[in-house]
Ligand binder design. Structure first.
Ligand code: THU
Length: 144
């Protein structure tokens, strides 16, 4: 990815921290998802008094995009921290990695973890979800 694209993704994800609804954990997360078209989809975590309906920032971004007919993605940036202060990288939870597996090529999809526009690391989905189960696995013939 180009330097400018990385910076835009990080700045957009950081801006999303303003919208995080996290009254229970106090852990604010923002995400910026880059579609193949170049369009950006944003997300924040959205918690709930009943706890289980909590939605991660990454999934918010993915579901916004998919609900608008977009299914091809290049990269996502995730930032987060207690009270919205970015001290460390916020890696995607297992459920979010699985959602990425549904729509992204694990060999090429890039996950940017950042604490600032100059402090970041980029991972491929295949490294964060080795041997992931995806749509292709359902295409195997049963052999019966
Ligand atoms: N969270 C995310 O939004 N993304 C992640 O990948 C890690 C966890 C949220 C969920 C919950 O609102 C809060 O962070 C604490 O787990």
């Amino acid at each position: 990815m180009e330097q400018e694209t990385i910076r835009t993704l990080i700045e957009t994800a950081v801006h999303q921290l303003n919208f995080s609804y996290a009254p229970y954990s106090g852990f604010h997360v923002g995400a910026a998802l880059l579609a193949e078209s170049g369009a950006l989809y944003t997300g924040c975590n959205i918690e709930n008094a009943a706890y289980t309906p909590c939605n991660c920032a990454e999934r918010t971004a993915f579901f916004k995009a998919v609900s608008e007919g977009v299914r091809s993605f290049r990269a996502i940036c995730i930032v987060g921290g207690a009270n919205g202060i970015l001290r460390d990288y916020t890696p995607p939870c297992g459920v979010c990695r699985q959602v990425m597996m549904e729509f992204c090529d694990p060999e090429t999809f890039e996950i940017v973890l950042a604490t600032s526009p100059t402090d970041y690391r980029i991972f491929r989905l295949k490294d964060l979800l080795p041997m992931g189960f995806g749509p292709a696995n359902l295409e195997q013939t049963s052999g019966v």
